[in-house]
Design a protein around this ligand. Structure first.
Ligand code: 6R9
Length: 661
């Protein structure tokens, strides 16, 4: 990804209301202590959870990098999110506020408020259904292809209650993408919906699921949740309507939460990597929940009086950790919404803040840039002064976007950070920590590694990179929340994450540590792009393209976009007999959307006759990318592996010439 990484902010902001403001040095001293005794440190955090059985060993390090946290300990994620609160005054506290997309007179037609007790009841009924009707047992896997409706967290928690592993596929993925993930995960049951409202239209999820089901082999049952009321085909013996089967379950049915092992899998979430098919990141229960508990407190400073809103879709990791498990474990009141943040009007998001009095707001740079474009009048229409803390996630935040939200919603006074983490890390690892020890904020940075986590910026040889110089971001020590493995591919787990810098976890990101020790994550160092904060592998788009009969070869690269941060552009070599043209360009864009899903919209398709390659026939991606964005060749000559400066220069000008012509 091409990010210009000048450090744009030098002013430091000390937000009001934070009592524990400490100097950078004081934080570093404290941080060092936690890192030096990280096993003990994390054990003390984990003690704040409720365990059915205490662990025997904090960290099993006998088979690195397959670390196991809190071995011998037993617990249950659904218990932590529900039962624990139901036993206290939080029983009748609102756990989730949900609003649907359709609006009337500027108000949502449907709003649901579920208390912890409501959620507890619903989750128990669904767990009962899973157990009795579908015979699901600990260790089985269910697939979930659902939009942002309350049933989504409910089925996730119901699975967790039984020790059933779940795998959620984002509803913006296609049938092929869904089928591929379901087959890899060995899902037995698929839970989907008839449709979902998005920007005034109904997206028919069931038809997409039907397509996918033609290509899956293990799914024998499909549970369809009614949302949009559209016509769906139910296949006899396979498909059942959720309403029909759940109505048979008594309202007070309960299922004891399974006492699962700390190191048992909670879920599998697929994510794009450098090469090959999406990788199933397997997350554990004990370590994962411990990290979420810590970060909800340290980073979001979550309190019982707060209304908390994370705008992410549950289909991505941010939603798993910070819409579902994190806030519910803390007994918070969270918000979920269907549809888009700027539909039917650009102020959907600010009206949600006002409607529910949001105090803690977690969103993405892409969303902010979109709102900026619509103009600040839309924000000013609403009272957003309840917001007391904000964070962003998903991609580096640009100074303009940061300043804009800080001024308009943050009133130039609330803490506003950029939390760095990834699907693999399970939760946030680098961030300002307003709920703990707050160092002076430096806008746009990610802040410092959280306590217990040793992150570093290193050069190609794994040595600490100089201050202010770009290097690779790595994590030196194991942390709770790290993946157990890549599903069905432990070798890949070792190779992708733990071989580049022996023993350390390689994130795939470029970063800079500045003179004060703040981290600035700049973007991916590999073939992954973040389109509107959504993580895509260029490889997936390329393999979709070459499945088209007209395409012989393809290279996809990310180019900067004003709102989405990055968008994919394809360079395509056609097969004999096919002519470049507008028609084909359109067809190929549609084709990729169909193959991967609406998340994968190619901005452009450029037809070329040759792609620059190294001697070992690898596409010189950085050359292609530099040409696509009009970057000078000098910037890439030393970056392209396996090719001499001369070769790179030649390849660059050839490709450039061809595009001009
Ligand atoms: C949580 C999530 C991970 C990649 C990661 C990095 C980028 C995420 C960031 C950020 C700069 C931040 N990223 N947060 N870059 N500043 N605050 O997004 O997970 O979808 O797996 O993506 O996102 O490049 O490597 P995931």
């Amino acid at each position: 990804m091409s990010v210009s990484w000048s450090l744009p902010f030098e002013e430091k902001i000390s937000p009001h209301g934070i009592q524990k403001l400490v100097s950078e040095d004081a934080y570093k001293e404290f941080h060092n202590k936690t890192v030096n005794s990280y096993r003990n440190f994390w054990a003390n955090v984990a003690l704040e959870l409720e365990w059915f059985k205490p662990w025997e060993k904090v960290l099993d390090e006998t088979n690195p990098p397959f670390y196991r946290w809190f071995v011998g300990g037993e617990l249950n994620a659904s218990y932590l999110c529900l039962d624990r609160h139901v036993k206290t005054w939080r029983k009748n506290k609102i756990a989730l506020i949900w609003e649907g997309e359709p609006m009337k007179d500027g108000k949502p037609v449907e709003v649901k408020r579920l208390t912890y007790y409501d959620l507890y009841r619903e989750v128990n009924r669904v767990a009962y259904l899973f157990k009795k009707r579908y015979n699901l047992k600990r260790g089985d896997t269910v697939g979930i292809y659902l939009p942002m409706i309350p049933e989504l967290p409910i089925v996730m928690l119901a699975a967790a209650r039984l020790g059933v592993v779940f795998s959620v596929v984002f509803s913006g993925f296609s049938a092929d993408a869904l089928a591929e993930r379901m087959n890899d995960a060995d899902a037995k049951l698929l839970i989907t919906a008839d449709g979902v409202w998005r920007r005034g239209k109904i997206l028919d999820l069931k038809s997409i699921a039907d397509e996918a089901l033609k290509k899956t082999n293990k799914i024998s049952k499909v549970l369809v949740i009614r949302r949009a009321g559209n016509q769906v085909n139910l296949q006899q013996g396979r498909d059942e309507l959720f309403d029909d089967v759940i109505n048979e379950i008594p309202y007070n049915a309960t299922v004891e939460p399974e006492s699962v092992r700390s190191e048992d899998p909670l879920y599998i979430l697929y994510t794009s990597g450098t090469t090959g098919k999406p990788k199933g990141q397997v997350h554990d229960v004990g370590g994962y929940m411990t990290l979420l508990h810590a970060t909800m407190k340290w980073i979001f400073d979550i309190r019982d009086t707060d209304v908390y809103w994370c705008t992410a879709d549950i289909g991505w990791v941010t939603g798993h950790s910070y819409v579902v498990f994190g806030p519910l474990m803390e007994g918070a009141t969270g918000i979920m919404y269907e549809g888009a943040l700027d539909f039917p009007q650009p102020d959907r998001w600010s009206s949600i803040i006002e409607r529910y009095g949001v105090n803690i707001f977690y969103t993405s740079p892409t969303a902010i840039r979109g709102w900026m474009k619509n103009g600040e009048e839309w924000v000013k229409k609403h009272d957003t002064s309840t917001v007391r803390l904000m964070h962003s996630v998903g991609e580096p935040i640009n100074p303009e976007a940061w300043r804009w939200l800080f001024r308009l919603v943050g009133r130039e006074s609330v803490p506003f950070g950029s939390t760095w983490w990834m699907t693999e890390t399970g939760g946030i690892l680098i961030s300002h920590t307003p709920g703990l020890l707050m160092v002076p904020m430096k806008p746009g940075t990610n802040g410092f590694p959280i306590p217990g986590v040793k992150a570093e910026v290193v050069d190609e040889n794994g040595n600490a990179q100089k201050e202010g110089q770009r290097g690779y971001l790595i994590i030196r020590n194991p942390w709770p929340g790290m993946p157990l493995t890549i599903h069905k591919d432990p070798q890949k787990f070792v190779q992708v994450y733990f071989s580049k810098f022996s023993g350390a976890f390689y994130t795939g990101d470029y970063a800079v540590r500045d003179k004060d020790g703040y981290f600035w994550v700049l973007g991916r160092a590999d073939e992954v792009i973040k389109v509107a904060g959504h993580r895509l592998g260029t490889y997936e788009l390329e393999s979709a393209l070459i499945q088209h009969r007209a395409v012989a070869e393809a290279a996809v690269v990310g180019v900067p976009d004003e709102v989405k941060g990055e968008v994919p552009v394809a360079f395509v070599i056609l097969r004999q007999g096919f002519k470049p043209g507008e028609e084909l360009r359109k067809e190929l864009r549609e084709w990729v959307r169909g193959k991967v899903g609406p998340v994968a919209s190619l901005k452009d398709v450029l037809f070329v006759s040759k792609l620059p390659k190294t001697r070992s026939a690898k596409i010189m991606r950085r050359v292609v990318q530099a040409v696509a964005v009009g970057k000078p060749v000098g910037d890439v000559t030393t970056l392209e592996d396996e090719a001499s400066v001369e070769e790179v220069k030649r390849a660059y000008s050839q490709l450039q010439e061809e595009l001009k012509g």
